[in-house]
Write a protein that binds this ligand. Structure first.
Ligand code: ADE
Length: 233
């Protein structure tokens, strides 16, 4: 998978996404991440990329031309069409299933807005998906793009060390993950549940499933309902 990020702050996304697990995945060439500086594509001789908003209103808007030309520079290098994700609080709210679906693409282009947003005409021209990371407003699209890229990248084969950590984690099967323990066996008078020390894998699995169900019911009743409905069908 190749991630392409159109942004005014390439150093922000490159630094964040080349750390820890994703940094290692880039080194192993499981994924590639490139940031394209929209400012490099402006035809304005002062390097300007934004302007006042027609009809009035506070703030500035990113102009169509530099965004479009930055997009074209990426698109023309690719073999075929790629989805262009505009990260915006107006989009569909991102979730694990969406991450899974997007992880199957060969290329993804993320468009990060700043200031008051981006001229509507270029969005109409190039954007295929409008995606939000939640019902709150951030100062720009870089953090949401990084959140989505992290969630998508870890689903790509080879990025994580073992596939097991994917199958047991939260949201798999609409359930939250069960509680986990490491050494020591007793910490501040709290003992690790006996069954986990039994060596009986079937019993451990059954205990974990019960814990997952109970935890989901308590912490995320909405998810629990979804899971319970699926059990009936
Ligand atoms: N840009 C600003 N806020 C955002 C959000 N919540 N999700 C996606 N993009 C954004």
């Amino acid at each position: 998978m190749n991630f392409h990020i159109l942004t005014l702050f390439p150093e922000m996304v490159m630094q964040g996404l080349h750390t820890s697990i994703l940094g290692r995945a880039v080194e192993k060439q499981c994924i590639s991440i490139e940031a394209v500086n929209i400012r490099d594509y402006t035809t304005n001789k002062h390097g300007k990329v934004d302007d006042y908003i027609y009809g009035g209103g506070a703030g500035m808007l990113m102009q169509a031309q530099p965004v479009y030309d930055a997009y074209q520079a990426v698109a023309k290098k690719l073999n075929g069409p790629a989805r262009v994700i505009y990260v915006t609080p107006q989009g569909r709210v991102f979730h694990q299933e969406m991450a899974k679906e997007l992880s199957k693409e060969e290329n993804l282009i993320f468009l990060c807005g700043h200031y008051e947003g981006i001229d509507e005409r270029v969005l109409e021209e190039i954007v295929t998906d409008y995606v939000s990371i939640g019902d709150y407003v951030l100062t720009g699209g870089e953090l949401p793009a990084m959140v989505m890229i992290d969630a998508i990248a870890r689903l790509i084969p080879g990025v994580l060390h073992n596939d097991e950590s994917l199958s047991a984690e939260s949201f798999h099967n609409d359930l939250l993950e069960y509680p986990q323990y490491s050494r020591p066996e007793i910490w501040r008078d709290k003992k690790v549940p006996e069954i986990l020390l039994s060596g009986d894998h079937a019993k451990v699995d059954a205990w974990r499933l019960t814990q997952s169900i109970e935890r989901t019911k308590k912490l995320r009743p909405d998810l629990y309902e979804k899971w319970a409905m699926r059990q009936k069908n």
